[in-house]
Ligand binder design. Structure first.
Ligand code: E4P
Length: 226
């Protein structure tokens, strides 16, 4: 499963990218507003940090303007994935951009029927928003299950399921069990994935016992301790 980080915060992206766990980045207009950066400058900088797909979202709602915006965004860097909303105009824009070789992430997906349409127009990624469905007492992970199941019936569909609106580590784990290709998550969720109190407790016990031996693995550390 690929991990994308869902933020436009450059410092967070740099820090997490240095771990080797970041395969791509997703942004949206809300995240760009939160970062307080010029949109195109931010996308250019993110693309230079992370070589994988970096989603940059169009803001027009009509096909012609979306296409013009998408073409401009795609010119920023070759790893830009243009994000379009799951509307009829967005699907037309997806089809046109894919024909030009641009990666497209179809966003704001809330039903399996919508995901089917995105695959038919050749989307690179479909983004079901699991957290926002959970927020209204629907089952976001059931939608991921449905999309993965449907796509598996049709090997000609190459669209990757990019689980978005992730709110906690179990969303990531369940998405992985279902076979979703990608999870995009806020930086704090990515950090929460490694945390476990038994790891901390076990490490503290190992270190205490190791100290009792008086040994050191590196010779210079032993010399410094003496
Ligand atoms: C990513 O592509 C989405 O824009 C993002 O995951 C939405 O998350 P939210 O529902 O927490 O805003």
């Amino acid at each position: 499963m690929k991990f994308f980080v869902d933020t436009a915060d450059i410092a967070e992206i740099r820090d997490l990218a240095s771990t080797g766990m970041v395969d791509g980045v997703t942004t949206n207009p809300s995240l760009i507003a939160k970062a307080g950066r010029d949109f195109k400058d931010a996308i250019r900088e993110i693309c230079s940090i992370v070589p994988g797909p970096v989603s940059a979202e169009v803001t027009a709602t009509d096909h012609a303007t979306q296409l013009a915006e998408g073409r401009l965004l795609a010119k920023i860097a070759k790893n830009v994935a243009v994000k379009v909303p799951l509307t009829m105009d967005g699907l037309k824009t997806c089809k046109a951009l894919r024909a030009e070789g641009t990666m497209v992430n179809v966003t704001l997906c809330f039903s399996a029927a919508q995901a089917l349409l995105a695959a038919k127009v050749g989307a690179t990624f479909i983004s079901p928003f699991v957290g926002r469905l959970d927020d209204i007492s629907e089952d976001g992970m059931q939608l991921v299950d449905d999309i993965v199941t449907i796509y598996r019936q049709y090997p000609e569909y190459k669209t990757e399921v990019l689980v978005a609106s992730i709110r906690h580590p179990m969303h990531v784990v369940v998405a992985a069990k279902l076979g979703a290709h990608v999870g995009t998550m806020p930086p704090d969720i990515m950090r929460k994935l490694y945390q476990h109190p038994l790891t901390d407790k076990g490490l503290a016990a190992f270190l205490a016992d190791w100290k009792k031996t008086g040994q050191s693995i590196l010779p210079q550390a032993k010399a410094a301790a003496e």
